[in-house]
Design a protein around this ligand. Sequence first.
Ligand code: ZN
Length: 332
Amino acid sequence: MVSYKELGLVNTREMFAKAIKGGYAIPAFNFNNMEQLQAIIKAAAETKSPVILQVSKGARNYANQTLLRYMAQGAVEYAKELGWEKPQIVLHLDHGDSFELCKSCVDFGFSSVMIDASSLPYEENIALTKKVVDYAHQYDVTVEAELGVLAGVEDEVSSAVSHYTKPEEVVDFATRTGCDSLAISIGTSHGAYKFTPEQCTRDPKTGRLVPPPLAFDVLDAIMEQLPGFPIVLHGSSSVPQEYVDMINQYGGKLPDAVGIPEEQLRKAAKSAVCKINIDSDSRLAFTAAVRKVFAEKPGEFDPRKYCGPARDLREELNKHKIINVLGSDGKA
Ligand SMILES: [Zn+2]
């Protein structure tokens, strides 16, 4: 058993309470390797933003859980070296799908876990979430749960509506599970293809796809039911067109990739939404920079020469999110 407190990490409780009061949101960035972690920590340290490091099941399979934990521990020390005296860094399990997985992360030094039982029937979601909460809270580890199902690319607009979180369920769910934060579905979606072209309209000037707006009425209804309760948005990348264009310009193929417009995320960040997940945008920035190097210098074979620029572009993106979208700069 390793306590996250010994590693210099923090849980989300105080962080979220401050974010809701202050009208901003905490960035939750996923990482799988050293360059991504460097980019996140540099961006957070230089902007003095609290930050959530997210480890998905895929990341655990890719990089090894043990290595990722030690990397997060190293990240705290690295942040101090960068002049961030009291780093506010959370190590969070993204989309935990079983009690065993969540327990192993709690035992291993994570300060926060997500149990995503949203695909289960309502009562089973409650039972599994409560089991994780009861275990995690013994060690002061915070728990994110999910209610409602995020729309996928294959979904029709009409069927997406029925997957939205039902505001009439949130009080019962939060009370009976004891979860610390709630991921909801209001029209965000995972990946770089959040919407089909049929679900979008086209901007007549640029020809770009314009996605349907987020369901702020559902968010408002949830906040009315659960005043001051921390809300989380998954699938909230904006899919910046500059990176999509760069990727396509340098030999990639990402036609009609579309995300959530930043002004909608800015609006959400000012509400009870206090954690916004960003993964696809970071991947796009990283890939765009790598493709550019390979296209311009086909003879390059030193990984530092393409991972370095990729890391730098990702850092720039992460800073942009912190300062211009979430408003979490200067809050840690
Ligand atoms: Zn997610």
